[in-house]
Write a protein that binds this ligand. Structure first.
Ligand SMILES: [Zn+2]
Length: 286
């Protein structure tokens, strides 16, 4: 009998504990999109607050994804710019399996025809050509369209004698376009050389992540190379290097801060200071 009483008492206590904990453990449904979870500090921040803060975590300063068009709006005077060649599409030169399906999915997701936006407008009253890579479109990998648009943007800037700014963010060359992708590295660099020979300014602005054939071509050829804080910038990924060299890489390897220390990048500029920094640089070189 005692045993039974003891067991009942125990269960009753368990139930009281459960009731006591209930409000804390109650699952609260938060509609999608109201809060954004920071991938670095894992803090929950109101999405509207993150947006106002240019997608930089107010708690830890992590620079998160910002769409190409939003970046352009915050960069140009009064958010005004003209976009070029937005309808250009790849013709799938290798007839690569399932490439068309992936493209269709990316188009639906982003409303873009490829991962590169070319724009022109005034920044601090100076007419400037700007390229932004939006990595929500197939990691803004560089295929024939990206290469062609970037080359046209450079040539347009050269012809009009305007400074050029390229915001890079890319997974590298687009493997579905094989050798045609790799050819874009030489093509963009040759156009930049002509821009440079004309005595015109090119600022490269590296954002997270910039890798592969983009790092190995136009992204590190700026007269001034700027990076956003904490951006991963490199050719091959750290895991590939570690397994090839069979060596542990130093801490912070391939991050902006490491690259500034080692002379690959000239300066780190936070997103909320990007416009004023670029205006200063453009005026200094105009
Ligand atoms: Zn954070």
């Amino acid at each position: 009998m005692d045993k039974l009483l003891k067991e009942r008492r125990h269960r009753l206590n368990e139930f009281k504990d459960y009731l006591g904990k209930k409000p804390a453990s109650k699952h609260v449904e938060i509609p999608d999109g109201i809060y954004t979870k920071c991938p670095q500090c894992e803090g929950l921040v109101l999405s509207s607050h993150i947006k106002e803060n240019m997608y930089v975590c107010p708690k830890c300063g992590r620079h998160m994804y910002i769409s190409g068009h939003e970046r352009l709006e915050q960069l140009f005077d009064n958010g005004k710019y003209k976009e070029y060649w937005s309808s250009m599409k790849t013709n799938d030169p290798l007839d690569f399996p399932d490439y068309d399906l992936k493209l269709e999915k990316a188009k639906k997701r982003t409303g873009m025809n490829d991962g590169v936006i070319v724009a022109s407008g005034r920044i601090g009253h100076i007419k400037t050509v700007v390229v932004v890579m939006d990595n929500h479109f197939m990691m803004a990998s560089m295929g024939t369209v990206a290469g062609e648009k970037i080359t046209r943007a450079i040539e347009y800037a050269t012809r009009k004698k305007r400074p050029l700014i390229i915001f890079s963010s890319s997974g590298g060359a687009r493997m579905q376009e094989g050798i045609f992708s790799l050819m874009q590295m030489g093509k963009t660099c040759a156009a930049l050389k002509r821009h440079m020979n004309a005595g015109l300014l090119y600022i490269s602005y590296l954002t997270h992540p910039t890798t592969g054939g983009v790092t190995a071509s136009f992204a590190l050829l700026g007269d001034i190379n700027i990076a956003e804080p904490g951006a991963l910038i490199g050719f091959a990924g750290p895991r590939v290097i570690e397994s090839t060299l069979r060596q542990k890489l130093p801490e912070g390897f391939q991050r902006s801060e490491f690259l500034v220390e080692h002379g690959f990048v000239d300066l780190i500029v936070e997103r909320n200071k990007s416009r004023e920094t670029l205006i200063t640089l453009l005026h200094l070189h105009s």
